[in-house]
Write a protein that binds this ligand. Structure first.
Ligand SMILES: Cc1ncc(COP(=O)(O)O)c(C=O)c1O
Length: 384
């Protein structure tokens, strides 16, 4: 189903999970009656998109009942949630008398491009009879990556989820808004049962082909034909074009990571500051997170350069001021676009959401533009 945005697709996943756990009678009876006064609780990674928390609030669970599970940011963990901690959180919720109903996985986290181990999550969900939704709004595009490539390998297990969100308007470049909610839910507890209201003044059963009218399967009434955007795009670029977009994004991010690691190359370009990859590691996907240290802050180099993370809060505070300064400078000069910075402490987050036509020269220009602004950064003694 095409839905208005990835957030909405995640909410559809949560709503389906609620119906699967409590039965479609919950629509009329409400949650207190259907769950016999117990609280429903779901789980998602600590790096997941905030729409899971919004969904929990909207559905009356309370956002505290969408429990964030810490993630493993090591290369082996790929930024996915820790299965052992998930298991412990489920058991804790049961011991508290709550009713676990779903796990919200993420396939391509917004900031770090992390991937949950969907196969491992499927096992946990089967053990506890939980719905498994995978938020692939950003990273779901990996299914289009060429067979055997890095992108495609990240899609492992995705087909095991009960439902999936995917935003062709992100990496595939479809015009906004184009979002898909996919589910294997059919038959009795199908989308019509979960979401429908049977309003006969809209969804007449005595018209031709009433079963093809998807209106009552959705939570909305009027909708645009968003499917047309994906259809047209796919027809225009073909499977190869779809694969190229994803594989190019992944290889550009790898290239950028190599560039900023390469001090000898940076020196030949006259780069004055220091670029440090977040956690000193290559990107999981197409998101690259990194710090920039201006020459005036060479004293903090050690902690950051060794671990790719600030060694203490004071350094984190100082480092956090650099990225917003540079972003502001790039915007004022008109030489840089939106380059997010985020996290508990700020760093740059670069994503290749529209990679076709970008070359290594563009990456080089970005490095130089950051350095041009960043090299002028001076700390203000008053706020340190
Ligand atoms: C991982 C992830 N999920 C969901 C969303 C929400 O998508 P939308 O903006 O279409 O609601 C985003 C948006 O950035 C995202 O990165």
């Amino acid at each position: 189903m095409f839905v208005p945005g990835g957030s909405m697709a995640n909410i559809y996943g949560m709503h389906s999970a609620r119906g699967a756990k409590l039965g479609t009678g919950v629509k009329k009876a409400g949650m207190i009656a259907a769950a016999q006064g117990r609280e429903l609780v779901g789980f998602c990674s600590a790096d997941s998109h905030y729409s899971y928390a919004k969904g929990a609030s909207l559905m009356g669970l309370g956002s505290d009942n969408m429990v964030p599970i810490p993630v493993d940011h090591s290369p082996a963990g790929r930024g996915g949630m820790r299965l052992d901690l998930l298991e412990a959180a489920i058991q804790h919720a049961v011991a508290q008398g709550k009713v676990p109903f779903m796990v919200g996985a993420t396939v391509g986290t917004t900031v770090y491009g992390g991937f949950d181990d969907v196969r491992g999550l499927r096992e946990v969900c089967d053990r506890h009879q939980l719905w498994l939704h995978a938020d692939g709004a950003w990273g779901g595009a990996v299914v289009f990556g060429a067979a055997g490539g890095k992108a495609r390998s990240l899609s492992d297990g995705l087909g095991l989820a009960d439902s999936v969100s995917w935003n062709p308007h992100k990496m595939m470049g479809a015009p906004l808004q184009c979002s898909v909610f996919l589910t294997r839910m059919v038959g009795e507890a199908g989308l019509r049962d979960i979401n429908g209201c049977g309003a006969s003044y809209c969804f007449q059963v005595d018209k031709n082909f009433p079963e093809e009218d998807m209106g009552d399967m959705t939570l909305l009434c009027s909708r645009r034909a968003d499917s047309f955007k994906l259809w047209l795009l796919w027809r225009a670029v073909g499977d190869k074009g779809m694969a190229d977009r994803v594989d190019t994004a992944v290889s550009l991010s790898q290239r950028f990571s190599e560039m900023i690691r390469d001090r000898a190359w940076l020196d030949t370009k006259g780069v004055k500051g220091r670029f440090v990859l977040w956690r000193d590691q290559d990107p999981f996907f197409s998101n690259i997170c990194f710090y920039y240290l201006p020459p005036s802050m060479s004293d903090v180099e050690d902690g950051l350069a060794i671990w790719g993370l600030p060694s203490d809060d004071a350094i984190a505070k100082r480092v956090s001021r650099v990225a917003p300064f540079i972003k502001d400078g790039l915007q004022r000069k008109g030489t840089g676009g939106m380059m997010g910075f985020c996290g508990a402490h700020n760093h740059f987050r670069l994503v290749f959401a529209s990679p076709i036509g970008l070359t290594h020269l563009d990456l080089e220009s970005l490095v130089l533009a950051i350095d041009l602004v960043g090299a002028t950064y001076q700390e203000s003694p008053a706020i340190n």
